[in-house]
Design a protein around this ligand. Structure first.
Ligand code: URA
Length: 412
């Protein structure tokens, strides 16, 4: 309420940054930030409400695939999502590439949709964790963002306010993630899981790769198209695998299945029998979206120009830096440089190759979709520095690095 001057709050943040917080202090800060604002009451939705949260990435369209799949299995998905900023994309922006799709639901509409069709995705309208908003803006200007307890309490205060009974966290690691090394990613995941369980919400985390983009498509309409392909059973391996890993745990926490294996089977079944895709169409239609664009993805926003980035030599892809690819997509217009920026829904990048794939000289590695020659040129030039080709195949892919639950860390 403004009683504490900013210089004192900044001094507190600086002290926390250098001295760190213990478990109780972290939990208490989270609680105070959570209770500073509105908390959504989902008790009028039948069943166990589960939520998934990703720490953000490039090409991460998991919610678009996961929400209808889990809903098709009968578990209610009441999801509040965010917008993209900088090199990371946001679920709301992706959904808004579908004509007339509305993320502005009243609380009543949101709850009614979940009760009727088991899924709703909306933007945050409520005044969620305003103390976090104030502290975050102070962290930004006092160089105290990068502290694990502060990051964990900031994310969890907002997550806990959205009212779900159980939470599955997807903590990203790699070049496109907040956490660039494995130990920090596990530490952040453990901190968030402890906060969730400390607040009596069943919380678990998966640590997943964000060293290269997830799937092949980066950019709003392009990602919707890839999500639809995945729901129809024709999606990229990594996106499908991450969706099955997260989804099976959501079904487990929601008590729809007794084991993760059974959860995976249930999810695969709703893809095979078409229920997941039908649920996606129902969800889009219920929130006002143009269903014709879902049935025929050629009708989604399309860029005027597509320029291919080609391999200059034979070899194997050794690096596709996710953050840099995100920045290229941003140049093309797919993201926001500032909160006010307007997004070009058709712009983005479609990879033809992923890390460790074999490539021949002259073969296309990525196609850049854009509407402005200058931006396309700038992005293509930047790609030269981002995509590395080595003579020999040096690496082995890993998508999931481990799990964290109330019993601790399990590395794979
Ligand atoms: N995202 C948040 O919401 N808070 C942080 O501190 C970092 C990432």
């Amino acid at each position: 309420n403004g009683d504490i001057p900013e210089y004192q709050a900044s001094a507190l943040l600086m002290a926390i940054f250098f001295k760190k917080m213990n478990k109780d202090e972290t939990l208490n800060l989270t609680k105070a930030m959570l209770e500073s604002g509105e908390q959504i009451d989902l008790s009028s939705i039948d069943g166990i409400k589960v939520d998934k949260h990703s720490t953000g990435g490039v090409g991460d369209k998991t919610t678009l695939v996961l929400a209808p799949m889990v809903a098709a299995c009968g578990l209610p998905v009441a999801k509040m999502s965010g917008r993209g900023l900088g090199h990371t994309g946001g679920t709301l922006d992706k959904l808004e590439s579908i004509e007339n799709f509305s993320i502005n639901l009243t609380k009543e509409e949101f709850i009614e949709n979940v009760n009727n069709i088991k899924v709703a995705v909306a933007g945050q309208t409520a005044n969620i964790a305003p103390a976090d908003k104030k502290l975050y803006s102070l962290r930004d200007v006092t160089a105290t963002v990068d502290n694990i307890s502060l990051i964990a309490s900031s994310i969890m205060s907002k997550k806990l306010a959205s009212g779900s009974d159980a939470i599955v966290l997807d903590v990203k690691i790699g070049s496109g993630a907040f956490m660039k090394d494995l130990d920090s990613a596990f530490e952040l995941a453990k901190e968030m899981v402890d906060i969730g369980n400390g607040m009596k919400r069943n919380t678990i985390a998966i640590i997943s790769d964000m060293d290269e983009p997830l799937g092949y498509a980066i950019g709003n309409a392009l990602e919707v198209k890839e999500s639809i392909e995945t729901l129809k059973g024709n999606g990229p391996e990594d996106l499908l695998e991450l969706t099955l890993s997260l989804g099976s745990r959501l079904l487990l926490l929601g008590k729809k299945v007794e084991t993760i294996e059974k959860g995976r089977e249930m999810l695969k079944k709703v893809i095979d029998n078409g229920d997941a895709f039908e649920k996606f169409k129902e969800f889009i239609k219920t929130q006002g979206g143009n269903i014709e664009q879902i049935e025929n993805t050629e009708l989604l926003p399309k860029a005027e120009k597509i320029v291919d980035f080609k391999a200059k030599k034979n070899g194997y892809i050794s690096e596709i830096n996710a953050e840099e690819i995100g920045r290229c997509a941003l140049i093309l217009g797919a993201g926001r440089k500032t909160i006010e920026s307007k997004i070009d829904m058709s712009a983005g990048i479609v990879l033809s190759k992923k890390k460790y794939d074999k490539v021949k000289k002259g073969e296309t590695i990525a196609s850049l979709h854009g509407n402005n020659d200058k931006k396309l040129n700038e992005a293509i030039n930047r790609m030269e520095k981002i995509i590395k080709i080595s003579e020999n195949n040096i690496g082995k892919k890993q998508l999931i690095y481990g799990m964290v639950d109330k019993d601790g860390i399990k590395k794979i």
